[in-house]
Design a protein around this ligand. Structure first.
Ligand code: 3PG
Length: 306
């Protein structure tokens, strides 16, 4: 019998697991679940006889794959797959997929929750500012970026986007102003929201030089990855520029330093919350289950990333 394992340190909503379970059982597969595990050993034991794996930000390296001799497919239920060693997977003939777009609305909604909290001074009772009429820059116009644009328009914001991989036509068709350079966008906008993946090219690319070109009172919003920020450069900038704000769904390494030094100018969710909605879990979980079945039964590899 084909065995699938859901391995999630950060569990899906119960209803999402029920959905995944129904789909896989309907296909005649066996489903095992390993949630909130605290050691790699637990994961290594749990993968021993599985054919397929559904994960979130769980780290899947060569040792995990080596411990799973039957493993044929890993589906990262979500967008970013920087937690999976793609090279090792390819060497072992393991297909890796993601489920693009399935959790993008959840991430976009969180951005506006954090933004309102920030511009209203953490709800401390003093007069804040409004989002209406302000300029919002979207750094990379993928699935999440598009949702951010849609919601930002609802707030009456002027939306800009920079994405070297997406044509200006597509950006403009979404009612967004396409900007030709990253510097131009950072210099134009009151808020910049990051939607780039963590790759060798993007790691630490959001640096002092880029951020120092931002406007007086600007805010950087990070719901993407911690690694894309040059943390030392950001700290330097926030020390020098007393009007700069940083809000993030992924706490920086020096979280307490940021919070001690700039209590009103930064905010970090206690745990990465972007994709933590029942809807996002259901959408990504269902997609993952169906992609596994389609791949194992028919060889469909539409969302293969390796
Ligand atoms: C993603 O890449 O899909 C998001 O960062 C969500 O990650 P999570 O599933 O670990 O919450």
């Amino acid at each position: 019998m084909t065995k699938v394992l859901i391995a999630t340190v950060k569990p899906f909503a119960k209803v999402a697991v029920e959905n995944i379970s129904n789909i896989l059982k309907g296909a005649g597969y066996e489903l095992n679940i390993l949630e909130k595990y605290s050691s790699k050993d637990e994961l290594l034991k749990a993968v021993a006889d599985v054919d397929a794996l559904i994960i979130r930000s769980d780290k899947i390296d060569d040792t995990v794959m080596a411990a799973a001799p039957n493993l044929k497919i890993v589906v990262r239920a979500g967008a970013g797959y920087d937690n999976v060693d793609l090279e090792a997977a390819s060497k072992r003939n393991i297909v890796v997929m993601n489920t693009p777009g399935q959790n993008s609305n959840a991430v976009a909604e969180l951005i506006f929750g954090m933004l309102v909290y920030q511009v209203r001074n953490h709800f401390n009772g003093t007069p804040g500012t409004e989002l209406k009429g302000k300029k919002l820059g979207i750094h990379a116009f993928g699935h999440v970026g598009k949702q951010v644009a849609r919601i930002g328009k609802g707030f009456g914001m002027e939306i800009f986007a920079f994405d070297p991989f997406i044509s200006n036509d597509i950006i403009e068709k979404n009612g967004v102003k396409a900007v030709d350079s990253v510097k131009e966008m950072y210099g134009t906008c009151d808020f910049v929201s990051l939607h780039i993946p963590a790759t060798p090219q993007t790691i630490k690319s959001i640096n002092y030089d880029l951020l120092s070109g931002m406007k007086e009172g600007a805010t950087l919003i990070n719901t993407a990855r911690k690694e894309i920020i040059d943390e030392e450069g950001l700290l330097k900038l926030m020390n020098e520029n007393e009007s700069f704000h940083y809000i993030s769904d992924i706490a920086p390494d020096k979280k307490s330093l940021f919070e001690d030094k700039f209590p009103e100018r930064c905010f970090f969710t206690p745990k990465k919350m972007g994709a933590q909605t029942a809807e996002a879990n259901i959408n990504a979980g269902i997609a993952a289950a169906n992609q596994i079945i389609d791949f194992l039964e028919k060889g469909v590899d539409t969302f293969k990333v390796n």
